[in-house]
Design a protein around this ligand. Structure first.
Ligand code: ADP
Ligand code: 5GP
Length: 198
């Protein structure tokens, strides 16, 4: 590494829908002193609530998505809930961040994570969970963004995702948000200090 140039890593955050990944990542950015940038995924799912294009996701039509995929534009992409909606991480999001010496945070599902781990074997991988499935249901209901049938689908999927948790380097229980953010920040800071000889 050239002196004066920092070196970032890919940071993969997975966990069942509703566990609090988006909330956790937002807080992490506010609080953690490691230089972080969020990878903005591409999706064919329609925007929810106040989600904005280019901020929460890049919202594309299925045709636009397919064309980007055919051009080799994705580091990974999957149809996450088997409902016909696709999600993917563009190479550009990751490469730009790493070139600028930052850690790039990917909030992606377990299949996407497995593909990223193949490509970046030094990725920092974090699986986020709640203390119970009941708590997960409560959060999805409270969030109020998904109809009941969708919530059932997400909970079914959660059981499967939990069975993949052992593949991740770190496990974070998001019961107390502040503590969970601190834990995550501590892992990242320690690694950053080792990598950059701070
Ligand atoms: P995900 O991105 O994993 O789908 P969200 O970040 O959207 O999850 O969080 C789902 C819901 O749970 C939101 O309403 C959020 O405010 C709430 N939430 C997040 N973290 C916690 C926590 N530690 N305790 C209680 N509720 C939480
Ligand atoms: P949501 O529709 O709730 O925003 O996201 C649903 C799921 O898709 C979450 O588990 C989220 O982590 C995952 N996801 C979001 N972006 C990507 C991506 O680029 N690739 C993959 N594989 N999964 C993603």
């Amino acid at each position: 590494m050239m002196k004066g140039h920092s070196s970032g890593r890919v940071v993969v955050i997975s966990g069942p829908s509703g566990v609090g990944k988006t909330t956790l990542v937002r807080r992490l950015f506010e609080r953690c002193r490691v230089p972080l940038v969020r990878s903005i995924s591409v999706t064919t799912r329609p925007p929810r609530g106040d989600e904005a294009d280019g901020v929460d996701y890049h919202f594309l039509t299925p045709q636009q998505f397919e064309s980007l995929r055919d051009d080799g534009g994705f580091l990974e992409c999957f149809e996450v809930f088997g409902r016909g909606y696709w999600y993917g991480t563009p190479w550009s999001e990751v490469q730009t961040a790493l070139q600028s010496g930052k850690c790039v945070v990917l909030n992606i599902d377990v299949h996407g994570a497995a593909a990223v781990m193949e490509e970046y074997d030094d990725a920092i991988t974090v699986f986020v969970r709640t203390e119970s499935i009941d708590e997960l249901r409560r959060r999805l209901e409270l969030r109020g963004t998904d109809p009941p049938a969708e919530i059932d689908k997400r909970l079914e999927r959660a059981e499967y995702e939990l069975s993949m948790a052992h593949r991740y380097r770190y496990q974070v229980v998001n019961d107390d948000l502040d503590r969970a953010v601190d834990e995550l920040c501590t892992f990242l800071t320690k690694q950053w200090e080792i990598d950059n000889n701070d």
